[in-house]
Design a protein. Structure first.
Length: 371
């Protein structure tokens, strides 16, 4: 078999979800990595810290000697076995370290000594990350976006999933949006959010070159994940398509999304009793976070309705939440979003129900109309 070469073709790595061995320490991986990467480090966090300290105090040669001492014998054998097992399952993969330097070279050398040629990503994590940042910036400069707007509960995210030329920002941020959007499993790091976002844009533009990408209208933050400034500015300049939906439909969708699904997720994570308590505390905290914008009187009205709904829900009546959701949408979210849309009225290029909006968007992407 011909020896595979090291690569700098970052575009193809990301487009094809090529499996990657990330040889950096776990703490580096946890801070930011790529979706197709698996962390199989050359050194543990503690070993890396010791080697780093030695490097600062005594130079590279001493640091290398210490590294060889720390990662030797059975420790070295176990790590090589892990790399070999991963490589066997992913023969088309690559390995990398932070800059494509010593750590990935050492891993590659040890694998060669074990009888396996496994290529490296030249430039490592730093170069791949730079490629994604620059690609995201170039997309924002081209500003080839259409923003899907609509009142809270209009099922915009679900609608996006029906469009092959759309990107679900809330899905990438693992958050449902709004103060109530927290999910039990938590969110990715900011770096991981940006990486997956850039990769999603890369794939969308590769699939439909020159065609607009549809994004949901979002504020600066999706939970604790911040939209990159360049993307936020591009979205504020882009054309708006407004998805209309009746209030009762929006109440029902919000109830399904923020009550039924959320409570099920908490209970799957923590068990029935503890999960329900965590869910109840979650929605209480969400309402509390917007209390100043609600005003004291309206907050007290809503928390009273919510507490009654939580008690009824615990007894099996989850529908008891719908009255406070109806009040929150009609008295708080709708007026706020109505004002926001008025500020961008001149950017609205189409407005309609789900069928009309889907048909219009497919025309923009060059797809045939549904019959």
């Amino acid at each position: 078999m011909a020896k595979r070469k090291d690569t700098t073709d970052y575009r193809q790595l990301f487009l094809n979800d090529v499996p990657l061995i990330d040889t950096r320490a776990p703490v580096e991986f946890a801070n930011g990595a790529f979706p197709a990467a698996t962390n199989l480090p050359l050194m543990s966090d503690q070993e890396r810290e010791q080697v780093g300290t030695c490097y600062k105090q005594s130079g590279q040669a001493a640091a290398l000697a210490l590294g060889e001492q720390l990662v030797a014998g059975q420790v070295k054998e176990q790590r090589i076995e892990q790399w070999l097992a991963h490589a066997e399952q992913n023969p088309a993969g690559y390995l990398y370290c932070f800059r494509g330097g010593l750590r990935s070279q050492i891993c590659q050398q040890w694998l060669e000594e074990a009888g396996l040629n496994y290529p490296r990503v030249q430039g490592g994590y730093k170069a791949m990350r730079r490629f994604l940042i620059e690609y995201l910036e170039s997309c924002c400069q081209q500003n080839n976006f259409i923003i899907l707007a609509g009142y809270t509960g209009a099922a915009k995210t679900r609608f996006l999933h029906q469009l092959p030329f759309a990107i679900d920002l809330e899905g990438l941020a693992h958050h449902r949006g709004s103060a109530f959007g927290r999910r039990p499993a938590g969110q990715p790091t900011q770096i991981n959010f940006e990486n997956t976002l850039a990769i999603a844009l890369l794939k969308a533009n590769e699939k439909s070159p020159g065609k607009p990408v549809v994004l949901e209208d979002e504020s600066r933050l999706i939970g604790r994940c911040a939209l990159p400034l360049s993307l936020r500015e591009a979205m504020q300049r882009a054309s708006l398509v407004v998805l209309d939906s009746e209030l009762d439909e929006r109440v029902h969708h919000s109830w399904e999304n923020y009550i039924v699904q959320k409570s099920e997720e908490w209970q799957q994570l923590l068990g029935k009793e503890a999960g329900f308590k965590a869910f109840a505390e979650d929605i209480r905290n969400a309402l509390y976070r917007i209390r100043k914008r609600l005003g004291g009187e309206r907050y007290q009205q809503l928390i009273k309705m919510m507490e009654a709904a939580i008690q009824a829900h615990e007894q099996g009546n989850a529908s008891a939440h719908k009255p406070w959701i109806h009040t929150l949408l009609s008295d708080y979210y709708d007026p706020m979003y109505r004002w926001q849309l008025r500020q961008r009225q001149d950017q609205i290029v189409f407005r309609g129900d789900s069928k009309a909006v889907e048909s219009w968007l497919k025309q923009q992407s060059g797809q045939p109309k549904a019959r």
